[in-house]
Design a protein around this ligand. Sequence first.
Ligand code: AMP
Ligand code: GLY
Length: 427
Amino acid sequence: MKILVIGGGGRENTLIWKLAQSDKVEKLFCAPGNAGTACYGENVDIPESDFDRLIEFVQEKGIDLTVVGPEKPLVDGIVDRFNSHHLPIFGPTQNAAMLEGSKVFAKKLMSEYDVPTAPYDVCETRAELEEITHGKSFPYVIKVDGLAAGKGALVIQDEGDLKSAIKDIYDENKFGDAAGCVIVEDFLEGEELSVLAVTDGTDYVLLSPAQDHKRAFDKDQGPNTGGMGAYAPAPLGSPDVLEKVEERVIRPVLKGMKERGTPFSGVLYCGLMIHNGDPWVVEFNVRFGDPESQVVIPLIQSDLVDLLDSVARGRLNAEGFTLSGRYAACVILASGGYPGPYEKGKVITGLEQLFQSRKAVPFLAGCRFDGSRYLTDGGRVMGVTVVSKSLNDAVLSAYNYLKVIEFEGMHYRTDIGFRALRRQKHF
Ligand code: AMP
Ligand code: GLY
């Protein structure tokens, strides 16, 4: 088979790395890809937003399956466009991608199907937001309705936070059209967990429950980032918790989407807050997570091509789907200054050594190859993943292996997995 992966981050590097292990694969392409995806397939210089050229490329090369990494093309309707040309593609249609594309849509669906989530109000104007937040007790969360590259949730702890949120949204228009509507929701206490289901709209399989680390610095300090590391399976996602997630979240959402006439096919990523053993939905994403992919995909033992191709063709084939029963940890190495402004073009050393290691896998993200050297080219430069028999070993080994990598300004969290390890008293 010939397969095209769309996107160019660590998630897409992980997808293509796993797809490359399938003996069904004849050739892999990645558009636009990065220095990491180029190790497993051919990068194609077409942006993820150029649907016409992507379709032309797929037709010209006779590509059998396209897998979409990021949310933007999904929310913009890439799957509908491919479907209209009868080209198999893994991901939800534009209407189904509304689960991530509009927080108001997701909230309404959850209310209708009794999916546990924080109580909320919708505000369509600045005056409405000011009225609803007037005298409301802190903390609470203001969220813009549309896509905001992971930066659209503002936790409001005091009057100062409220003022700066209003300024960002209305005076400085920082979120553009995404803030046409905003939500004010109660603050949820608990610990976060990411549960990803691969589904054809009716049947689904669960990937290993994972935990991301969104804050920039140790002990969850500093600003929110795209994610500084992940591990799986997270013990927080116990069989009991996962059963509740399936019963209270996944099944009702799939049922709701089907009843609306917009069945959801692809990856349903449930961003959850677990409080006293009960799951509450913080958000849905309609794609693989990043950096969750860097740990949940390596833990899939079976052939990823079978799984994704069956969903793209309309009927999930879960036969033979297996997880390895091992543990994975991924530590993200970021550019100095990230998630704020940072410089690009720093020379990265040590990567060749890591590529040769049998235990650690570097998944490259904001990283390019100039023909002789690897250079930083984004905020999150790469993730270093280790799969092992215990979580403790996976985490310690990831930290051990990443020591070979150096670039000016490099920073990373030193406490990935701390919640699970603290429970196991390794920390
Ligand atoms: P979102 O953009 O909805 O994924 O939110 C980003 C992050 O903000 C989440 O991963 C949480 O850490 C935090 N967050 C969002 N909504 C809530 C909430 N209702 N209560 C507590 N934390 C939240
Ligand atoms: N890890 C968070 C996300 O993929 O949105």
